[in-house]
Ligand binder design. Structure first.
Ligand code: UDX
Length: 442
């Protein structure tokens, strides 16, 4: 099938490469000439494991092309995906400027029956809005089209795997012809297809992300209680998750969720609810817990270290999760800002996200992509992202290089008994502190 994907961001590129890999002919189009030039030069503007290889192989096979001529790209395909960004506006609503712009271009270029698919995460009702914008820009031409919602569920860092082995494809459509076409497009993925109307498909995306965010805030709240009653949240999650009605995924306590989806989509869901006169208090609490969690973590650092003022703190990991350079809403941002405002000198390590981090956190931090160099001479070491390099770090060497053997782990990477044996002062999330008295003596 011939597919054009408008928007060469995360979602557009990954889907473009995966559709091509499954044998479809794909044009990834973007008005940003620089990005298209980069892609045509074989450079991938984002860090995502496996993406560069997949793009390269499918370009070689002639199934994947890049173009900045969006109108021609629309005319060349039967299926047009809208995969542009929907950033958070200051009011918390999704900003639809880019989606509207693409709908206008599609309206102006339509040259025969097309199915226009919303892949971007858009508020309920956007399907109808896109349809009306396209219609307004047909300029009296006879061109038929249908609008479909086909939300995205991939995770950064594992996007290719998630897309190639998708657990479900949700297709919201009113027209049988459009539903059939998008069904066929997904046939090679051999996945469960959920057929529904456009509004339900749009809501499934928000409900999924809000539910997952709720699980994380729930376990973070529980971890804070665990700390006060002497319980261990890792054992608790295990015990909780064995109930198949609950499930064991997304129950890892930590420093709060970040990224491009959960923070934005939970806020957008609150806006969607407000707009229809409903107060979604549960999700409001999910957001509040998530905003408090990084600050709670800094308080923990402060207590263990005995005030961070004037101390040199090593921070391991900046990206919001491993295998990405994405810094959007990363918990490292509020944590580092708070550490600095409390007078700490921050030395930060990340294997890939430093350039992105500099843009958000600025130059008040000493950055390095060398882990051991980062911890050298620091008063304490703080773990913010569970990069494999951090999980497998040489603990003996880290201990040698630190001024005091203090490790404060925001991701519960290490085993308590092991840390006890190695004589680290070790604090984590929702688990008892190890040797914490030693730091206060030292
Ligand atoms: C998420 C959804 O998982 C995906 O389906 C959707 O399409 C986009 O948003 P992503 O943001 O890439 O994907 O990452 P994800 O792996 O879901 O992690 C999000 C955040 O939650 C990260 O900051 C992660 O560290 C945190 N998290 C996740 C936890 O703190 N605990 C967990 O148990 C799981």
């Amino acid at each position: 099938m011939k597919v054009t994907i408008i928007g060469t961001g995360y979602v557009g590129l990954v889907n473009g490469a995966c559709f091509a890999e499954k044998g479809h002919h794909v044009i990834c189009a973007d008005i940003n000439q620089n990005k298209i030039d980069q892609l045509n030069d074989g450079q991938i503007p984002i860090y995502e494991p496996g993406l560069a290889e997949l793009v390269h192989a499918n370009r070689q096979a002639g199934r994947l092309n890049f173009s900045s001529d969006v109108e021609a790209a629309v005319q060349a395909s039967d299926i047009i995906y809208i995969a542009v960004g929907t950033p958070m506006s200051p009011t918390g609503e999704a900003d639809l400027t880019y989606v509207d712009g693409v709908a206008e271009t599609i309206g102006k270029s339509l040259n025969g029956y097309k199915v226009v698919v919303n892949k971007s995460t858009v508020p309920v009702g956007t399907g109808k809005r896109v349809e009306s914008i396209i219609r307004q820009h047909l300029g009296g031409r006879e061109a038929s089209f249908d609008v479909v919602s086909n939300p995205e569920f991939l995770r950064e860092g594992t996007a290719i795997k998630d897309c190639m082995n998708m657990e479900r494809a949700v297709i919201g459509a009113e027209s049988k012809q459009a539903m059939q076409l998008i069904r066929e497009l997904h046939e090679p993925f051999n996945t469960i297809i959920v057929e529904t109307n456009i509004e339900t498909a749009e809501m499934i995306k928000y409900a999924s992300n809000a539910f997952l965010a709720m699980k994380i805030s729930f376990i973070n709240d529980i971890s804070n209680i665990c700390e006060r009653v002497g319980a261990n949240v890792v054992d608790l999650s295990y015990g909780l998750g064995l109930d198949s009605r609950i499930g064991n995924k997304f129950l890892d306590a930590g420093i709060g969720f970040g990224g491009s989806c959960f923070p934005k989509d939970t806020e957008a869901l609150i806006s969607i609810s407000k707009n229809v006169g409903y107060e979604f208090k549960l999700i409001e609490s999910v957001i509040t817990t998530n905003k408090n969690q990084p600050i709670h973590f800094v308080q923990k650092i402060d207590t263990i270290v005995g005030s961070v003022a004037g101390k040199k703190i090593a921070v391991l990991g900046l990206a919001f999760k491993p295998e990405t350079d994405d810094m959007r809403s990363a918990p490292s941002i509020p944590i580092i800002r708070e550490l600095i405002s409390r007078g700490a000198e921050v030395h930060a390590y990340d294997p890939v996200a430093i350039e992105q981090a500099k843009l958000v956190i600025g130059t008040d931090v000493v950055y390095s992509d060398d882990l051991l160099q980062t911890v050298d001479g620091c008063d304490a070491c703080v773990i913010l992202t569970e990069w494999p390099q951090v999980v497998k770090m040489d603990l003996d060497e880290v201990k040698k290089r630190l001024k005091q053997p203090i490790l404060i782990d925001g991701r519960n990477i290490f085993d308590l008994a092991e840390m006890e044996k190695r004589q680290f002062v070790y604090a984590s999330i929702g688990r008892p502190d190890i040797n914490a008295y030693a730091s206060q003596i030292g």
